[in-house]
Write a protein that binds this ligand. Structure first.
Ligand SMILES: O=C(O)[C@H](O)COP(=O)(O)O
Length: 311
C-alpha cells in the first residue's frame, strides 16, 4: 500500500499510481496515532514538509521501502535512519524551483519599491507620493546564500532584471561549471563579504547543523542598512528575534519570511513581528503553486512507481 499523508495533485495519484492500493488522506499528518497504525501496512509513504518521518513512525513502518517527498527539503526525514533501514528517499528535485525563484524576485521587488501598500490610502483621497518613492531592482547586487538549483533559477531571473549576482556556497568548488551560467558569470564570494555588500540577500540552503542559526545577529549587523533579506529556505537558518529587532531598529530595508523556526507560526510567537511595516510573512508557500504542485506530484509518483515496480 502507498500512504499519502499530505495534499498533492489528485490526478497524479489517479493516473500515476493506477493499479496500486493507495490511502490518500491529507489529514493524516495531523493524526499521528492513526498514521502510526496505517503506516504499518505501507510499502511507500508520500509526504510534504510537515510529516515527521523519524522515530516512532519509522519503527511502526515495518514494510516501508520508499519515501516520496513532494518537495526538496529533507529536514523532516531522518535520512540516517532511513538509510540504516534500507528505505529509499526521493525528493522532487527541481520541480518547485520556478515557484520559489518567482517568490524571491517578487518579494525583492515589492520590498525595494515599497509602493504597493497604499491602496486604501489612495482610494481614500490621500496622495503619499514622497513617502512611496522606492528603489529599482536594476543595478542592485543579489547575494545568494547557497547556489543550488533554486538559487540558479533565481539568479537567472535577477540577471535578466539587471542585477549583479554573487553567491556563497562552500560545497561548490571555485572550478565548478555552475559559476558560469548560460546567461553570465556568478561571482563566488565568502559569506561575510556577501552579507556586507549585497542589496538583496536570499537564502537557499537546507537546514543542517552547519546552517542552523547561520544568519544570526552578528550576520545581520554586517548587512547594509537598507538591505532586503528573503528566507524561503528553512526557518532555523535565520535568528527570527535578531531579524525582527533589526527591522524595528531600522537596520534593514525589509524582509520576507516564508519559513519559520516553528511551523505553523502561532500568534504568540508571531507577535515578535507585529507592526513591522517592511516585512512580508507567508505560510511556507514559496514553493507551492498550482503548477509546481502538479510537477512535484508527478515527479514523486513516478519515483515511487519505479521504485516499487523496479521498472
Ligand atoms: O522543501 C520544499 O521543497 C519546500 O519547503 C516545499 O515543501 P512542501 O511543499 O513539500 O511542503
Amino acid at each position: 500500500m502507498i500512504v499519502i499523508t499530505e495534499f498533492m495533485d489528485e490526478e497524479a495519484i489517479r493516473s500515476g499510481l493506477d493499479g496500486f492500493e493507495v490511502l490518500y488522506d491529507p489529514s493524516l499528518v495531523d493524526r499521528p496515532d492513526d498514521l502510526a497504525v496505517v503506516v504499518g501496512q505501507a510499502d511507500a509513504l508520500i509526504v510534504r514538509n510537515r510529516t515527521q518521518v523519524r522515530g516512532a513512525l519509522l519503527d511502526a513502518a515495518r514494510n516501508l521501502k520508499a519515501v516520496g517527498r513532494l518537495g526538496v527539503g529533507l529536514d523532516n526525514i531522518d535520512m540516517a535512519a532511513c538509510a540504516a533501514r534500507g528505505i529509499a528517499v526521493y525528493p522532487a528535485s527541481g520541480a518547485n524551483d520556478t515557484s520559489v525563484a518567482e517568490y524571491v524576485i517578487t518579494t525583492a521587488m515589492l520590498l525595494l519599491r515599497g509602493a504597493y501598500g497604499a491602496t486604501s490610502e489612495v482610494a481614500g483621497g490621500a496622495w503619499p507620493r514622497n513617502r512611496l518613492v522606492g528603489r529599482e531592482i536594476a543595478g542592485k547586487r543579489l547575494g545568494l546564500v547557497g547556489f543550488g538549483s533554486i538559487a540558479r533559477e533565481t539568479a537567472r531571473r535577477a540577471a535578466a532584471l539587471g542585477m549583479t549576482i554573487c553567491a556563497y556556497d562552500p560545497h561548490l568548488p571555485p572550478s565548478a561549471e555552475a559559476w558560469t551560467q548560460p546567461w553570465g558569470r556568478v561571482e563566488a564570494q565568502p559569506l561575510n563579504s556577501l552579507l556586507t555588500e549585497a542589496d538583496v540577500i536570499s537564502l537557499h540552503v537546507p537546514l543542517t547543523d552547519e546552517t542552523r542559526g547561520m544568519v544570526d545577529g552578528t550576520a545581520i549587523a554586517r548587512m547594509k542598512k537598507d538591505a532586503v533579506v528573503i528566507n524561503a529556505a528553512r526557518g532555523g537558518v535565520v535568528d527570527e528575534n535578531a531579524l525582527a529587532a533589526a527591522l524595528r531598529a531600522g537596520h534593514l530595508g525589509g524582509a520576507a519570511l516564508d519559513v519559520f523556526e516553528d511551523e505553523p507560526l502561532d500568534a504568540d510567537r508571531g507577535s515578535i513581528f507585529a507592526g513591522i511595516p517592511n516585512l512580508i510573512l507567508t505560510p511556507h508557500i514559496a514553493g507551492v503553486t498550482v503548477e509546481s504542485n502538479v510537477r512535484v506530484s508527478w515527479v514523486t509518483v513516478d519515483n515511487i512507481r519505479r521504485h516499487l515496480t523496479g521498472a
